[in-house]
Design a protein around this ligand. Structure first.
Ligand code: FES
Length: 112
């Protein structure tokens, strides 16, 4: 399954995307509601993708925010774990709109 939606406004289109895992394990923990929450408040230039398994089963719902993934020297990955739907508006506002990632929600395996 794949859900993809991109806002059509903004000149930064395609530089940032959010992968919301829709693999079996993450779905068991409610990742479809997390995806719906991201799709409910689109940010210009940010693509929202319902992805296949991100390889971190059991720690979800997993959300991976990627910036500049088409530019190897600038590519940055931010992993969030155990994301709840009610936390998504904060991620949208702080990380996607203001570029201030939420350190307290980082996945410790990749951000220690
Ligand atoms: S099902 Fe989400 S990380 Fe594997």
């Amino acid at each position: 399954m794949s859900h993809t939606k991109t806002s059509e406004i903004g000149d930064e289109a395609g530089t940032q995307r959010v992968l919301v895992c829709q693999g079996r394990s993450c779905r068991k923990y409610g990742s479809f509601k997390v995806l719906e929450a991201f799709l409910a408040d689109l940010v210009p230039g940010v693509e929202i993708i319902g992805s296949s398994c991100l390889g971190q089963c059991g720690n979800g719902p997993m959300v991976l925010v990627e910036r500049d993934w088409t530019k190897p020297m600038l590519h940055k990955r931010t992993w969030y774990w155990r994301v709840r739907p009610d936390e998504v508006p904060l991620v949208i506002e702080r990380h996607l709109r203001l570029a201030h990632p939420l350190v307290k929600m980082f996945y410790p395996k990749f951000h220690s």
